[in-house]
Design a protein around this ligand. Structure first.
Ligand SMILES: NC(=O)c1ccc[n+]([C@@H]2O[C@H](COP(=O)([O-])OP(=O)(O)OC[C@H]3O[C@@H](n4cnc5c(N)ncnc54)[C@H](O)[C@@H]3O)[C@@H](O)[C@H]2O)c1
Length: 451
């Protein structure tokens, strides 16, 4: 569904009116287009004082053609200055070396000149060390403080910009490139204010133009909306896709599967025979499993029937758990597999009329967290992606005023697109993304709702 307000606010007359009335002024976000090569088109500035900046500088030439350091003789890169440097499209600040409260001012010193020289839709990443891994209380507190900084900067940056914090464990440096290829590029256009932790991972992407080559991916609920975008994006990245949806959606499913050169599987994930049929269909093995199928049956709890409650728990929570368990038990989910659960901001922040839905989606986050340690023994990762307001048939059905509020209540003053969720899933699906497991990534434009 198109966002008419965003289109209007970006016309000359709209800009004047929106400015005069102090209304939200959303910018059209830059998104990844097929055929693009470089994650960043524009200048990248790397700064800070830890061990990680040098790792980033070592592959900066694969991210963009223009890269600079904060100081002379830093990382062997030219120095960027506000007076002579180009506008900045990407910023990476290595805060991993900060351990005293007085050192936090390095953030202000680095970002202040840079913020006045940003291009459109800039991407910022702050790197640190996970606070729980540090013994010194002050050092741990300083690293935790980065969360407040990045989340606030995400709300201040405007211009369609994004800001993330990535904690990098010792040994996880080789996975920084995959993370930054996502977080510094338009693939993360609608991801902001997020905190992720990278841990060592033995797998690595061998061809960045087709990071999922040789992998088989199952996507449930793939005939339309977010699921269809996920299937398209995984196929774009080289995966062979198996598209699953209810038998009623067979025509749309078959059409998309044939366009993507994949297979279709018409199956209700709640049917008694679903686990057996899925295992049979994936007898040769599967590497990537995306549990995207989901439904809403909204009613306040006072009016919620048992049927409405159960149907949502069945589709959104019980089926993903049972199907994953069946694939694991049958040995169909291969070693180093990637499981992605599509949760929701409702499962984090709660929502009126959605006790059933929010319960199911919070339960999915619980599944990712509880399954991650066991699955790690086989190199399998499991994560949740929590979309905020995404422009799909599901959100088009929301009454106008509630829809408009949902759309604007985020740092970008607009809804996301199915592609935004799909790009996050595609990153989690990569071999090197085993570095992230048991975590939740929100694709919500840094919504004001939830933590
Ligand atoms: N649209 C949003 O803003 C938004 C926000 C947060 C989370 N989500 C989640 O993202 C996912 C996709 O949402 P969407 O907006 O594309 O919804 P959608 O309704 O357009 O698509 C959901 C798909 O799941 C399929 N499905 C439903 N029940 C099924 C079953 N029993 N067996 C097999 N397939 C089944 C449907 O046929 C449909 O194709 C859902 O899990 C949803 O909860 C969406």
């Amino acid at each position: 569904m198109s966002d008419r307000y965003l289109n209007f606010a970006n016309t000359p007359a709209g800009r004047r009116l929106v400015g005069a009335l102090g209304l939200p002024s959303p910018l059209p976000l830059e998104r990844w287009v097929a055929g693009r090569n470089r994650p960043l088109e524009g200048a990248l500035l790397i700064g800070g004082d830890g061990d990680l900046g040098a790792s980033v500088a070592a592959f900066a030439n694969r991210l963009t053609d223009e890269y600079f350091a904060e100081r002379d003789d830093q990382y062997g890169l030219p120095r960027w200055t506000a007076e002579h440097g180009p506008k900045l499209k990407g910023l990476v600040f290595d805060a991993s070396g900060l351990s005293r409260f007085e050192e936090l001012d390095a953030l202000r010193q680095f970002f202040q000149p840079a913020l006045k020289n940003l291009g459109r839709c800039p991407h910022v990443v702050v790197l640190g060390r996970a606070p729980q891994t540090l013994d010194d209380p002050q050092a741990s507190s300083v690293q935790r403080a980065l969360e407040g900084f990045t989340r606030s900067l995400g709300k201040e940056i405007r211009r369609g910009g994004t800001v993330q914090l990535v904690y990098v464990d010792p040994g996880a440096e080789p996975q920084l490139e995959g993370a930054l290829r996502f977080l510094l590029s338009p693939k993360s256009a609608y991801v902001s204010g997020q905190v992720l932790r990278l841990q060592p991972c033995a797998q690595q992407v061998s061809d960045w133009t087709r990071p999922l080559a040789g992998k088989t991916a199952l996507v449930t609920g793939a005939s339309r909306g977010i699921g269809a975008a996920i299937a398209e994006t995984l196929a774009r990245d080289g995966a062979e896709v198996v598209l699953l949806d209810v038998p009623q959606a067979k025509d749309a499913l078959d059409a998309l599967a044939s366009r993507l050169g994949g297979r279709s599987l018409a199956l209700d994930i709640c049917a008694e025979e679903a686990p057996g049929k899925l295992v049979e269909a994936l007898a040769e093995g599967v590497d990537i499993v995306v549990h995207n199928a989901g439904i809403t049956r909204d009613k306040t709890l006072a009016k919620m029937s048992e049927g409405l409650w159960e149907s949502v728990i069945d589709v959104n929570l019980r089926a993903p758990q049972q199907l994953t368990a069946a694939l694991l038990q049958a040995g169909a989910l291969r070693d180093n597999g990637r499981v992605v659960l599509i949760a929701s901001l409702s499962g984090i922040a709660g929502n009126v009329g959605q006790t059933n839905y929010a319960t199911s989606k919070a339960g999915l986050i619980g599944l990712a967290q509880s399954w991650a340690p066991t699955l790690a023994e086989r190199g399998i990762s499991i994560n949740a992606v929590a979309p905020g307001f995404i422009e799909t048939g599901m959100t088009a059905a929301i009454p106008f005023t509630i829809r408009e509020a949902g759309r604007r209540m985020n740092a970008m003053n607009q809804g996301g697109l199915p592609q935004d969720v799909a790009e996050a899933v595609a990153w989690f699906a990569q071999p090197g993304s085993g570095a992230v497991s048991g975590q939740v990534l929100r694709v919500c434009g840094q919504s004001l709702l939830g933590a």
